[in-house]
Design a protein around this ligand. Structure first.
Ligand SMILES: [Zn+2]
Length: 404
């Protein structure tokens, strides 16, 4: 198989994380890659027949794109709690117990205690955070106008992970031909060729965009509004998909604030204090630290540095002992007036600021099982008690995920 071995211009952990994330999007011809940290190089394999000159140019371009950032700077850690935990392969254990079933790339069904644990996470967010901020419940569709994402500048930062929605052309012949082809030959992607209508929607890559477009043109009462919502989101991650830690279809719960700057900033700070308390109560091995998004496009460096300098993004990262790394399970974000201006939302006549905190629900399940294993009796007392109380109420059997 044709391959390239390329020297890495930087070997800082954050640089490698960005490169790992972005490499699968270099070309459809890329089959696999391996970062050899000790040799300071990356080996990339391509399909037979790939234009290797072109592939070399692309890999160089990508490695170069991320090398200009100030990686290697010390990450600002706001909170840290470390525990010595044995490695547990949570995904293998869930499969073995039928707590999870993979149903296609980056898609999984959860059941049993894994599903109950996820319902508990959501229940805790509602009972602790939503009530603290008297957040108003909003119900969002899973899909969102591409036009709205354009207004949120989403495509200029994260084009790689979009999952678009499309339907067949409303046309008698097209519908008949498609249906005949499926009957005669079975469904295949080629039956869509030339038969799809124009694309107008995408599956929402994030929970809170609907909140802003829903308030378009509103002038809010001071100090502002607090909202909560849960959404089944999609992000396509190429060969980076990993069950439960990087799903294509995942669930996000958010609490969102839109209003005057002190209202948004103080609410965000209060929610970070609450998440630290949660980490202490459940004895999580974790850190709360400054972070940046994995921007894919060429202006990566500017956007990522801006986020870090402004501490516009902080993440709660839980250790995954079996992987020797950590996983972001919660993020806290400040958007300044970006969405207020994009959607003409004002508070007392001035552009509103916004911020949000979000929980990656499946990631919480994965991280908790990775840290504490499959027997609730062995879990830290705080988690064990809340889980017991929650499941004994009989609640999770039906209503817990009704809002999803
Ligand atoms: Zn958000």
């Amino acid at each position: 198989m044709p391959h390239l071995v390329v020297k890495l211009p930087n070997t800082a952990g954050e640089y490698l994380a960005q490169v790992r994330y972005a490499l699968p999007f270099v070309s459809e011809d890329l089959v696999a890659y391996e970062i050899r940290e000790s040799d300071g190089e990356v080996r990339v394999e391509f399909r037979d027949g790939a234009d290797m000159q072109e592939m070399k140019t692309r890999v160089d371009r990508l490695l170069e794109r991320y090398s200009t950032n100030e990686f290697g700077l010390k990450t600002k850690v706001n909170f840290e709690q470390k525990r010595d935990l044995p490695p547990i392969d949570a995904w293998a254990g869930m499969l073995e117990r039928k707590w999870a079933t993979p149903v296609g790339e980056g898609h999984a069904i959860l059941r049993g205690p894994a599903a109950q644990l996820m319902a508990l996470i959501d229940h805790k967010v509602l009972s602790v955070f939503a009530s603290e901020f008297q957040a108003e419940l909003e119900i969002f569709p899973s899909t969102i106008r591409s036009e709205t994402l354009q207004r949120c500048n989403h495509f200029t930062s994260f084009p790689e992970h979009m999952d678009f929605v499309a339907h067949l052309k409303p046309d008698l012949d097209v519908l008949k031909d498609f249906s005949t082809a499926c009957r005669d030959e079975g469904w295949a992607p080629r039956h869509h060729d030339g038969r799809m209508s124009v694309n107008d929607f995408a599956i929402s890559p994030s929970c809170c965009y609907h909140a802003y477009e829903g308030m378009e043109g509103w002038d809010l009462e001071k100090p502002g509004r607090s909202i909560t919502a849960i959404l089944g989101c999609h992000r396509y991650e190429g060969s980076n998909h990993k069950y439960l830690s990087r799903l294509r279809a995942f669930t996000m719960r958010e609490v969102i604030w839109v209003g005057q700057p002190p209202f948004v900033i103080n609410s965000r700070a209060r929610s970070e204090a609450l998440i630290e308390q949660w980490a202490r109560d459940w004895e999580l091995s974790c850190t709360l630290e400054a972070a940046n998004d994995m921007f894919f496009t060429d202006d990566f460096s500017v956007k990522a540095s801006f986020q870090r300098q402004q501490e516009a993004k902080r993440e709660l990262r839980m250790d995954i002992p079996s992987e020797g790394g950590s996983l972001s399970v919660f993020s806290s974000n400040f958007h300044s007036t970006t969405f207020g201006k994009a959607f003409g939302i004002t508070v007392g006549g001035r552009p509103a600021t916004s911020g949000c905190v979000g929980w990656g629900c499946e990631r919480w399940v994965y991280a908790l099982l990775s840290q504490f294993g499959f027997d609730p009796a062995q879990w830290p007392a705080g988690l064990r008690e809340e889980y017991r109380e929650f499941t004994s109420a009989g609640f999770p059997r039906k209503a817990a995920t009704a809002a999803v």
